[in-house]
Design a protein around this ligand. Structure first.
Ligand SMILES: CC(C)(COP(=O)(O)OP(=O)(O)OC[C@H]1O[C@@H](n2cnc3c(N)ncnc32)[C@H](O)[C@@H]1O)[C@@H](O)C(=O)NCCC(=O)NCCS
Ligand SMILES: Nc1ncnc2c1ncn2[C@@H]1O[C@H](COP(=O)(O)OP(=O)(O)OP(=O)(O)O)[C@@H](O)[C@H]1O
Length: 199
């Protein structure tokens, strides 16, 4: 293998991208989760906190923690507000990914990066390859209902995401995750074979 690879993992809500990322982690590969970075920045960056309170009010934080339920209620019902929150967070998330990527590539040739919004946020150039995890709406909804999300909250989030048909045109690899986790693991192993990577 000649160079370092960064592999983006994306998919619509409930598709199973976190499960796929977990498989990469369990196989010993370094992983970055954009969502976790975003949450950490939202919680701990004082300048972000100032900007978020200015746009969304004092209720955006409870004690020292971001009030995600409150923010979710606002932004997923109002695309303008969502863009405002994204404009505050995304540049910092991208900067942090780039920083961590450099460090990780000193020790590893492969890096998996999970991000729900690779196409929505135009992040494609952060990755050598993008893996799209898919499942029917019915299955994705069922999974999120099982996790305690309401159908209304699911639909509001989904409405702010690019449809799978469009994502499929842009992804390098597409894996359907409508079976068991062990079937998903076989697909993960297939990806390693296709990329000539050994865990
Ligand atoms: C509004 C917030 C605080 C709500 O947090 P909450 O814990 O309820 O949801 P969480 O972040 O875990 O998201 C769950 C799912 O919602 C969907 N989702 C999250 N952000 C977005 C978005 N900007 N656009 C579309 N869908 C989104 C994804 O499918 C994601 O996996 C949070 O989603 C947020 O800060 N979003 C804006 C920043 C962002 O774009 N983050 C995504 C990765 S960088
Ligand atoms: N093949 C599968 N078999 C059984 N359960 C699954 C499978 N894939 C995912 N799940 C479950 O469905 C739920 C949603 O999966 P996951 O969190 O991986 O999706 P996601 O794409 O990361 O979702 P989100 O966009 O909400 O972050 C989780 O509880 C997960 O364990």
């Amino acid at each position: 293998m000649k160079k370092n690879f960064s592999i983006g993992i994306t998919g619509s809500i409930g598709s199973g991208k976190s499960e796929f990322t977990k498989l990469a982690e369990q196989s010993g590969f370094p992983v970055i989760r954009a969502d976790d970075l975003s949450k950490k920045i939202l919680d701990t960056n004082p300048d972000v906190r100032k900007q978020v309170i200015k746009k969304f009010g004092n209720q955006a934080y409870i004690n020292n923690q971001s009030n995600n339920k409150y923010l979710a209620q606002i932004v997923f019902s109002n695309p303008i507000k969502l863009r405002e929150l994204e404009r505050i967070l995304h540049p910092l998330v991208i900067k942090e990914i780039e920083k961590q990527k450099k460090e990780i590539f000193k020790k590893s040739k492969i890096l998996f990066i999970e991000s729900a919004l690779i196409y929505e946020a135009d992040l494609e150039n952060l990755f050598d390859y993008v893996v799209l995890i898919t499942a029917s709406r019915e299955i994705r909804l069922k999974r999120k209902l099982m996790q305690g999300m309401t159908e209304e909250d699911f639909s509001k989030r989904e409405m702010n995401q690019i449809p799978d048909d469009e994502k499929k045109k842009r992804a390098d690899f597409i894996f359907l995750n409508d079976g068991s986790i062990s079937e998903l693991k076989s697909k993960f192993d297939l990806l390693l074979t296709l990329l000539s990577v050994k865990s």
